[in-house]
Design a protein around this ligand. Structure first.
Ligand SMILES: Cc1cc2nc3c(=O)[nH]c(=O)nc-3n(C[C@H](O)[C@H](O)[C@H](O)COP(=O)(O)OP(=O)(O)OC[C@H]3O[C@@H](n4cnc5c(N)ncnc54)[C@H](O)[C@@H]3O)c2cc1C
Length: 263
């Protein structure tokens, strides 16, 4: 395996165009290599490139680690960051790697979906920015072209006043989500985005519409919101959970996060 260590993003883009596999924190890629699922011959490390580590205002470079997001990110994204793996994983793992892996259980994804973030992609031919829901196209599948790298995540100019992340797993720490979610509330406008309950991160639009029409939700409104979320998600049964449990947990978790936003 040849590992290239460029110091500029342009050099990394040229290596990608020539077929090299990108490596950021390596916390997903090296698992694949160690299990023999990936055998890259050319690897381009992004770790010495300052540009991808820039984190200014609403632009988060793809090479920004969970550790930094935990300390400096917007509330719900910082809450998500805090649940990713262990301190060692959070020091190495990046938001760009989390996006590129596109696991349905990626804890960074619901926040980006809830606030309608954009993903900036770059190649030797230039840059383009696409909405989150055009980036994720299936289980571990994205719309990135073969010669592209993620350069940054771009958040909207203003974030919702309240936003909360929550995750359910089989234990409290070092766990892959059975369900994860972000609920935002700004004045009355509510969004709810979920992970691990569909092939890609998803918004529960009917639940959003229903609860956004209510200024002071009653218990009955909250119960209806919970029911709609459970109804809208599209989970599967796998080794981590059953479809029924995920459906139930998605509704309960979203309702609890909404209640936190309302307090
Ligand atoms: C013990 C352990 C616990 C974990 N716990 C969690 C968890 O709780 N929640 C969670 O969501 N994830 C978890 N993960 C998965 C992983 O840590 C995260 O997905 C992390 O964000 C991956 O980032 P990375 O920089 O390490 O990616 P890497 O492993 O470097 O790369 C991942 C993939 O993305 C590609 N890639 C990397 N950077 C770019 C780029 N800029 N442009 C294009 N492609 C790129 C790589 O080629 C590779 O295919 C865990 C992993 C481990 C090993």
């Amino acid at each position: 395996m040849n590992v290239h260590h460029p110091t500029t993003f342009d050099e990394a883009l040229a290596a990608k165009a020539a077929g090299a596999v990108p490596l950021a924190g390596g916390t997903d890629l090296m698992v694949e290599v160690n299990f023999g699922h990936a055998r890259p011959t050319e690897v381009v490390s992004l770790r010495r490139i300052d540009e991808v580590k820039e984190f200014e205002g609403r632009r988060i470079g793809s090479g920004v680690s969970w550790r930094r997001i935990e300390n400096h990110g917007p509330r719900a994204l910082a809450q998500a960051a805090r649940t990713v793996g262990s301190p060692q994983i959070r020091n190495a793992g990046t938001i760009g790697g989390n996006l590129a892996t596109a696991s349905p259980a990626g804890d960074g994804h619901p926040f980006l979906a809830a606030v309608d973030a954009q993903i900036e992609l770059a190649s030797v031919d230039g840059r383009r920015t696409i909405p989150w829901d055009e980036f994720f196209v299936g289980v571990k599948k994205t719309s990135m072209a073969d010669d592209e790298l993620i350069s940054a995540v771009v958040l909207p100019d203003s974030l919702p006043e309240r936003h909360e992340f929550g995750k359910i797993g089989v234990r409290n720490a070092m766990v892959i989500s059975t369900v994860c979610a972000v609920v935002t509330r700004d004045d009355q406008r509510t969004t709810v985005a979920l992970g691990s309950v569909a092939p890609t991160p998803m918004r529960a639009r009917r639940a959003e519409e229903m609860i956004s029409a209510v200024s002071n939700p009653s218990d009955k409104d909250l119960a209806e919101f919970q029911r709609l979320v459970s109804d809208e998600v599209r989970p599967i049964t796998d080794h981590r959970s059953t479809e029924e449990y995920r459906r139930h947990a998605a509704g309960v978790l979203s309702r609890r996060l909404l209640e936190r936003c309302l307090r």
